[in-house]
Design a protein around this ligand. Structure first.
Ligand SMILES: C[S@@+](CC[C@H](N)C(=O)[O-])C[C@H]1O[C@@H](n2cnc3c(N)ncnc32)[C@H](O)[C@@H]1O
Length: 283
């Protein structure tokens, strides 16, 4: 359901006149799932338009996030020369189909079996052709997924680019720690990683925020119930101690850079969101 929520947001973003990212596949996922078939996929289908906290501000947040992480991935494969891209918790991410990958790129998509099976069915119905070698890996990230990735052809001796977009706050702290540990062990010098975290000390502080209440009321997704509420690990410090260089940004940094996107507000459920970019330096 959360993957469908992000897909609906990307569909809406796609048809804005000032779109930050375009994903022509997104609306097909939303339409194909009975649970989301009635959700809006165009802004004009939202009666209160941009004033709607879910389909206005929150959807724009996902549009901005998509654009920023598109740019991160494309820059990483072009400047660092990595040809292996691993999308952790890929959900309905269509980057393997949307982005102009350099020749020789392999995109691994890790998510749970049901999500990837649904995604494949929709893509098959569209006769969609990936622009890289695409390898879906149906695995639960709480289990040991290193062997499955290696069996699928991942080469730990070659640089890689990793993405955990909209994922870590759903995982228990130990699962996040072991995920970071595995990414580090599988990443040779010249590799890169981007991920999203929530730094809030107490997620419930924003339980009455327009963003959370409208998501629950309009589409029945109670995000606070899905997020793991235990104290989060400091993955930034962990990566730094392992020799990665990191930079931590608020989404608002990119809103200002692009001239559009969400800005801070009162009772802001996005206040603790950070996008972290990490590089394992060549020595
Ligand atoms: C909010 S969606 C984000 C999807 C995608 N990264 C995006 O931004 O469009 C979260 C995704 O994480 C996946 N996920 C959550 N827990 C997982 C787990 N333990 N193992 C594998 N995937 C998981 C869900 O199935 C879902 O597709």
């Amino acid at each position: 359901m959360t993957a469908l929520l992000v897909a609906a947001a990307r569909a809406i973003e796609t048809y804005r006149h000032d779109a930050l990212a375009r994903d022509v596949y997104a609306e097909h996922f939303v339409r194909a799932a009975p649970a989301s078939a009635g959700w809006p996929v165009r802004m004009h289908q939202v009666p209160d338009g941009d004033a709607n906290p879910l389909w206005g501000r929150f959807a724009r947040y996902f549009g901005l996030r998509t654009r920023v992480l598109d740019d991160f991935l494309l820059q990483s494969v072009s400047t660092d020369g990595a040809r292996q891209v691993v999308l952790l918790g890929a959900g309905l991410d269509s980057r393997a189909f949307r982005l102009e990958w350099p020749p020789g790129c392999v995109v691994y998509e890790v998510d749970r079996e049901g999500v990837l099976a649904f995604k494949q069915k929709v893509l098959d119905g569209l006769s969609a052709t990936p622009r890289a070698v695409r390898v879906p890996l149906p695995i639960d990230l709480r289990a040991d997924w290193v062997g499955a990735l290696a069996d699928a052809g991942f080469d730990r001796a070659a640089p890689s680019v990793w993405l955990a977009e909209g994922l870590l706050f759903y995982l228990p702290p130990d699962a996040e720690k072991s995920l970071i540990d595995r990414v580090d062990r599988l990443s040779t010098e010249g590799s890169a990683l981007a991920y999203e975290v929530k730094l809030d000390k107490d997620l419930l502080e924003y339980r009455d925020s327009p963003l959370y209440t409208s998501t629950t009321e309009q589409i029945g997704i109670d995000l606070l119930n899905l997020f793991d509420r235990e104290t989060r690990p400091d993955s930034d410090a962990d990566l730094t101690s392992r020799g990665w260089s990191t930079s931590v940004h608020t989404p608002y940094d990119f809103t200002r850079r692009h001239g559009r996107g969400p800005l801070p507000e009162e009772n802001d459920a996005l206040a603790g969101n950070r996008w972290v970019f990490a590089n394992k330096a060549r020595t």
